[in-house]
Design a protein around this ligand. Structure first.
Ligand code: NAP
Length: 322
């Protein structure tokens, strides 16, 4: 048995329990990771509440939430190559997995795992997977941004946003960050060329000629960003509503034939090879995890309360062991 945070019914932070749960066994294509630190994402409390869009993929109650882990390989499935017991690694639980991050051990497909360079702490590595991959896959997988592109990041100071600002800056893009007054200097320090304080100005009123609006919070839509984007500009959201999904289907087809502005939706994929690319950028000083707060695993409920406010600067992390 291992210690874990889990819930047996959906509800508020008070439904989280800390106690013994069966230690997972790695399948032939999985590694078992002994966790040192685990990342917190809004999906964790959404899952706890029963409102997470991916809920049907997560399996039955009781559920251990958490997708992001950094730790040490404790066991390796018989078909796994490239990892051995004792390796320091970080990983994102696969989309169809059972989450399972808020625990001493997590079993995860080897394809979703990357070696953790020594220069990166477990806390910094655990912060990366969901948020870092969401930013990476949006900017480079969907939008394919490059030098000179003009990019707006909405929610620039949050988990996804703070990685997106750094990645877009490193790619040579001109970055306009949208955040509140208190975070303006913070996002400038991450590489933003311009900052729009949403408490005093609507970026949709003052920004134009952009290749990409990356909306990490689902605050806008393709329609609200029409005047912000170039004629063939792209709007990507992390939080799709039915209107955006309809626009996505409609504009993808039309833009393939006629060109024009498009909407898209990111659904993050757990990919170890992309985690390795992010780690490489971190080692070379081009990317860093900003960790707002670290809580002991036993204080997961407090971390959920904080995440639920959407006032986090960077990431929240749970420390499982030193
Ligand atoms: N589709 C996917 O695959 C996927 C993947 C990852 C995340 N997501 C979703 O993406 C969303 C963001 O995730 P996250 O981890 O980045 O959240 P987060 O870290 O909790 O975001 C907090 C940030 O949001 C900013 N913020 C709040 N209201 C804002 C506003 N009106 N305008 C601009 N910024 C605002 C806050 O900055 P200020 O204090 O400056 O306002 C804070 O820094 C969540 O809903 C999450 O579930 C989806």
């Amino acid at each position: 048995m291992m210690d874990a945070v889990y819930f047996e019914q959906h509800g508020g932070p008070e439904v989280l329990r800390y106690g013994p749960r069966p230690t997972p066994r790695p399948a032939p294509d999985q590694v078992l990771i002994e966790a040192h630190a685990v990342g917190v994402n809004p999906r964790d409390w959404m899952l706890r509440q029963g409102t997470y869009v991916g809920r049907p993929l997560v399996g039955r109650l009781p559920i251990i939430p958490g997708s992001d882990v950094s730790g040490v390989v404790a066991e390796v499935g018989e078909k796994v190559q490239g990892f051995t017991v004792g390796d320091e690694v970080f990983a994102m639980q696969s989309q169809l997995g059972h989450m399972g991050g808020y625990a001493q051990y997590m079993a995860v497909k080897a394809s979703c795992v990357a070696l953790k360079p020594k220069e990166i702490s477990h806390v910094a590595a655990a912060a990366v997977p969901v948020a870092g991959l969401t930013a990476w896959q949006s900017l480079f997988g969907i939008a394919r941004i490059g030098p000179g592109d003009k990019v707006v990041v909405v929610g620039a100071s949050g988990g996804v946003g703070h990685y997106a600002v750094q990645l877009a800056h490193h790619a040579g893009a001109h970055v306009t960050a949208v955040c509140s007054t208190a975070n303006a200097d913070f996002v400038r320090g991450l590489g933003a060329d311009e900052v729009i304080d949403y408490t005093t100005q609507q970026f949709t009123d003052v920004v134009s000629g952009q290749d990409l609006v990356f909306d990490t919070l689902g605050k806008e839509s393709l329609d609200s960003c029409r005047d912000v984007l170039k004629r063939d500009g792209l709007y990507i959201t992390t939080v799709p509503d039915l209107g955006t999904i309809a626009r996505w289907a409609q504009t993808s087809l039309r833009s393939r034939i006629l060109g024009g502005q498009r909407a898209s939706v990111i659904t993050v994929k757990a990919r170890g090879n992309e985690l390795s690319e992010l780690a490489d950028l971190m080692v070379h000083g081009h990317l860093r995890s900003v960790v707002d707060s670290v809580y002991p695993l036993t204080d997961a409920a407090e971390a959920h309360r904080k995440s639920r406010t959407f006032r986090t600067r960077g990431k929240l992390v749970l420390q499982v062991r030193d």
